[in-house]
Design a protein around this ligand. Sequence first.
Ligand code: SAH
Length: 398
Amino acid sequence: MNRKEQKLTVDETVIQRLKSGNPLLHKEDFEATNHALTEGDVIHITDDRGKFVARAYYGKQNVGIGWVLSLDEREDINPSFFQNKIEEAVRLRKRSYDDEETTAFRVFNGEGDGIGGLTIDRYNHHYVVTFFSEGIYTFKDWVIESLLTLDDVTGIYEKKRFATDGKYTGEDDFVAGTPAEFPMLVKESGMHFAVNLNDGPMTGIFLDQREVRKRIRDHYAYDKHVLNLFSYTGAFSVAAALGGATKTTSVDLANRSLEKTEEQFLVNGIPTDDQNIVVMDVFRYMSYAKKKSLNFDVVVVDPPSFARSKKKTFRAAKDYRAMLEEVIAITSANGVIVASTNASNVSLKKFKGFVQDAFQNSNQAYELLETRGVPEDFKTSGAYPAGNYLKVLFIQKK
Ligand code: SAH
């Protein structure tokens, strides 16, 4: 059951990089070899004398062209390879499995768990497998079969997020087991969230923000008016309301954010009359708030790394600083800004620089209260720091 392998040679610098544990392959790595690779091919990487370096698979993503799977020559890429990796990942998350207050978390985090381009999330007893390339999708059967051997799996859904034109292609994402009924209610730190695993690329909640939601609920929201920008289904607003916020205002451009946000409040027993849900461009809302001299005690701002709306294009790397200046203008004195980005081209250092510049340009002092990244279940490895893509800064305006 082993796959046919393609032998390719790489040079010494690439060898050192791969051996250090950085598993991502780049197109340039194979420039010296005249290769014709097909998605899903197993690549047997050697040095220029033919000595084994690594086994990898070919799968094009935005970040690279594939991932190293093993540095051990005796390890073949076959069904047991996948089974072992998945079992190991599950073992590592025993604490998450045992935690009855949180029933949605990441079970397998790509390269952090040894197979780049593949993630698996658990929502109660249903699993969502995300494939990030055509290449990794060719291993689908091995992944699904491995998952079906776990004793708590009721059903499996898949997300195909191949680097094509960014459009989502999956129509019915149900794959195996018994389908779930939607909306499904999951728990997170005792909060409830309604999710749908079969409705496009997203499920209704971003699991990587779990700790941020908990911090907002437990430490920042009490007695505050909280503004949530780019609110999606309002998960941060729900956390704030449960933490005793006097009021929340959620702003998102997408029409469906209104009913989705109402739903998240309702499943937590929070009447929506006290909550303000605005379907509007965030930039328009901020100008409106400034004109009306509205101020907020806490502002959560979590934009996509790239977004196009009618009037403008937002790119985190280029536009975050200017956006922060607008946020600062509508934040109360001593108010807290929770600024988040998942842009891979914005490092933590660069992000902190945006904050510094934005406050300086606004003639305001500030204090950085805390910094957060991905939670533990989003396992990363030091050899591939890009895996920790999430940067969240809690900043107090002074
Ligand atoms: N903060 C959310 C996730 C945000 S996802 C959470 O924690 O759940 C990004 C959201 O930004 C999407 O819902 C999208 O509709 C919204 N969006 C993108 N551009 C926007 C804009 N210019 N104004 C308002 N919302 C925007």
